[in-house]
Write a protein that binds this ligand. Structure first.
Ligand code: FO1
Length: 320
């Protein structure tokens, strides 16, 4: 088992599964999760941070297994009552989940930074690993489509990812800095590896990498950086990754994922279905089962990622 700290970069549902596996493999004090906040938005007067909440609920064992986001055993009285009043119901906020958004909004309005709010609320729900918003500043993902430029959740939820994507932008990223906890995590002398979770590279990981300082720190990290490809045999496990790649004129293939992260990663994790691609890569590949159907899959993949990164570490050291 690893002795150093592991940093993982993650978006929501897909990334949270691997993060949960890592949380079972590493003591909480040695796992730091840097989370996308480009999906955050203000809705019904509330500050919603979907990917942060997905991470918190997943690690707290509270997440809805059915949706992958929101809470299990949720009730929907608020949504129903809102609908009866003619309010907006396209983005579903469960009754218990509502408490998270209200508490976050109150604390942000009182002047607490998002990183502090997140740490406090995650702790209250029993999550011991660090959940670090990529930045405390305002960064928002905008999706340019054949129906115009859409806010992320308009594209993702209201329009169910149906519009054709022509470009993706991260407003506010130019002036944003990583949050203090993120910098600390990446400067930790015990840092052993950085893992890019199998989240959507274009929608969920690129917002993090659009923050120049954050990208720079990952590119120059003195530890192995590995990515788990979210593409298996030309398809995405969940969500619109493959659809977006097609629309952006990118082949739906793990080679393109490696290409996308070129200059950042030292190794990539591919599914067995893509084992033939390994020899076409300029970096080492670990070929395994990347589909996480159950808890055992998450733990096994997490352990394999850590071991893979360790091997790369040895290789780097042996080379020098
Ligand atoms: N995703 C949906 O597809 N429909 C929803 O109504 C929805 C509500 C929602 C509420 C709170 C929350 O934390 C997440 C929610 N999500 C919903 C998930 C979220 O929009 C996406 O999974 C992420 O933003 C993409 O990672």
């Amino acid at each position: 088992m690893t002795k150093g700290t592991i940093v993982a970069l993650t978006g929501g549902v897909g990334g949270a599964k691997l993060a949960a596996g890592l949380a079972r493999q590493i003591p909480a004090s040695r796992l730091k999760l840097i989370v996308n906040t480009g999906d955050d938005f203000e809705h019904l007067g509330l500050q919603i941070s979907p990917d942060i909440d997905t991470l918190v609920y997943t690690l707290a064992n509270l997440v809805s297994q059915e949706n992958g986001w929101g809470r299990a055993d949720e009730t929907w009285n608020f949504m129903q009552a809102l609908g009866e009043l003619g309010g907006e119901t396209w983005f579903r906020l469960g009754d218990a989940d509502l408490a998270m958004h209200i508490e976050r909004t109150q604390r942000l309005m009182a002047g607490e930074p998002l990183s502090q709010v997140t740490a406090a609320l995650a702790r209250k729900l029993g999550v011991a690993s660090a959940i670090l918003p990529m930045t405390d500043q305002w960064v928002r993902t905008r999706v340019a489509t054949d129906e115009g430029t859409l806010d992320f959740q308009d594209y993702f939820v209201r329009k169910a990812c149906k519009p054709t994507v022509t470009a993706i932008r991260f407003e506010g990223a130019d002036g944003a800095q990583p949050s203090a906890g993120v910098i600390q995590a990446l400067e930790d002398p015990d840092l052993q590896a950085i893992i890019i979770c199998p989240s959507n590279p274009y929608l969920s990981i690129d917002p993090l990498l659009s923050i120049t300082d954050l990208r720079q720190r990952i590119a120059t990290a003195a530890v192995p950086v590995i990515a788990v490809s979210p593409i298996i045999a030309g398809a995405a496990v969940k969500g619109p990754t493959a659809k977006i790649m097609k629309e952006l004129g990118i082949a739906q293939c793990s080679l393109e994922i490696a290409q996308h992260y070129q200059g950042l990663i030292d190794g990539i994790v591919l599914d067995h279905a893509d084992r033939h691609l390994a020899e076409q890569l300029a970096i080492p590949a670990l070929v395994t089962n990347t589909l996480m159907r159950c808890e055992q899959d998450r733990e096994r993949l997490a352990a394999e990622c850590i071991a893979f990164a360790e091997q790369l570490h040895c290789r780097v050291k042996a080379d020098t």
